[in-house]
Design a protein around this ligand. Structure first.
Ligand code: UDP
Ligand code: MG
Length: 327
């Protein structure tokens, strides 16, 4: 029987986890394949890990992974996916914004031969107008800039076949923009449209500052367009400068030189200074990422790993809890 693993990154989701697992277990019971779930605790400060452990004790299909600190969702997800060796994997949030009940539909498409089945949101209940607007704007910008199209209004909620997962595992960059990496991998993909529910409990971990950085990450990881922008802004300002130089010379030749033009001078100096700083900043964004990449640090550190007991029986080789670095 083929096997399906579900990876759930969680950061301070103690309140949602039990409800989440109850719903996921109900879905597993109806599936005609062996399902197991890996909960990744991304350095939570509440009782998330304790809840995970108690779920593992009561349900043999539960595996848990605890990271040494909070690494952020992208890396928590990576840590989880690195552990998976099932025939297919589903990635889903712990806050019940993505309904686990959609998994059978994903599996259905996977059996039809799709390698990636992703959930596309048609509605975002419980999210502010501003968030909806910025999210939309972000997906549109990504679409224009990125060479590998990132599907619109699509989060991380998706199913991947084994070969798509193996391909994804080969992308070891430190600055991880998962949506883009998923898209980069390619293969036969299909969208399943669903309504995004409000959070079951707690608040979103992504405030605007984090979302802005997330957007920057996405754009810089998948597009060099901002770097080119500096070239074109520079070229057009240089052109403007030539034209105005001709104008200034002409005026001085025909009408004599009068010492005026302080405002023009200021405008030019300020505009050029601004453009230069902006271009420098843009280069800095890339340089900073290059710097992080060059250090070759491990992506994340594992504190504890407990495989699912159901899985251990299958493999007949119990892996002990371990502390290890993975890069
Ligand atoms: N998450 C995580 N590490 C973090 C932040 C979030 O593992 O540093 C998890 C979180 O527990 C949830 C998922 O990522 O399962 C999505 O987070 P959230 O619901 O806050 O994001 P949103 O749905 O608002 O985009
Ligand atoms: Mg959420």
């Amino acid at each position: 029987m083929s096997r399906l693993s579900v990876v759930v990154p969680a950061y301070n989701e103690g309140e949602s986890l039990r409800e989440f697992h109850a719903r996921l277990a109900a879905v597993f019971d109806k599936l005609d394949l062996a399902g197991d779930v890996l909960y990744v605790d991304d350095g939570s400060r509440d009782d998330t890990y304790a809840v995970m452990c108690s779920l593992r004790e009561t349900d043999a299909r539960v595996a848990t992974l605890k990271l040494s600190r909070n690494f952020g969702k992208e890396l928590a997800l990576t840590a989880g996916l690195d552990q998976v060796d099932a025939d297919a994997v589903v990635v889903i949030d712990a806050d019940l914004q993505d309904p686990p009940e959609l998994i059978p539909a994903f599996v259905q498409h996977w059996r039809e031969g799709y390698d990636v089945v992703y959930g596309t949101r048609s509605a975002r209940a419980g999210e502010s107008g501003l968030k909806k607007f910025t999210a939309r704007a972000f997906y549109r910008v990504m679409e224009r800039l990125s060479a590998t199209p990132v599907p619109r209004d699509t989060g991380d909620f998706r199913l991947m076949s084994r070969r798509a997962l193996d391909a994804l595992k080969r992308l070891r960059e430190r600055q991880r923009f998962m949506k883009g990496l998923f898209a980069w991998v390619g293969f036969k993909q299909i969208a399943v449209v669903y309504d995004r529910d409000p959070r079951f409990a707690g608040v979103s971990k992504f405030n605007f500052w984090r979302l802005w950085n997330f957007a920057l990450e996405g754009i810089t990881s998948f597009s060099g367009a901002p770097l080119k922008l500096a070239t074109y802004v520079g070229l057009s300002t240089a052109l403007l400068a030539f034209l105005s130089a001709a104008w200034v010379f002409g005026k001085a030749l025909f009408f004599g030189d009068s010492v005026r033009g302080y405002p023009t001078l200021m405008v030019v100096i300020l505009a050029l200074g601004g453009v230069q700083l902006m271009a420098l900043g843009m280069i800095g964004e890339y340089l900073g990422r290059l710097y992080m990449e060059v250090k070759q640090r491990p992506l994340y550190l594992i504190d504890e790993l407990h495989p699912a007991r159901a899985q251990e029986k299958l493999e007949n080789s119990a892996r002990p809890a371990q502390s290890s670095a993975v890069d």
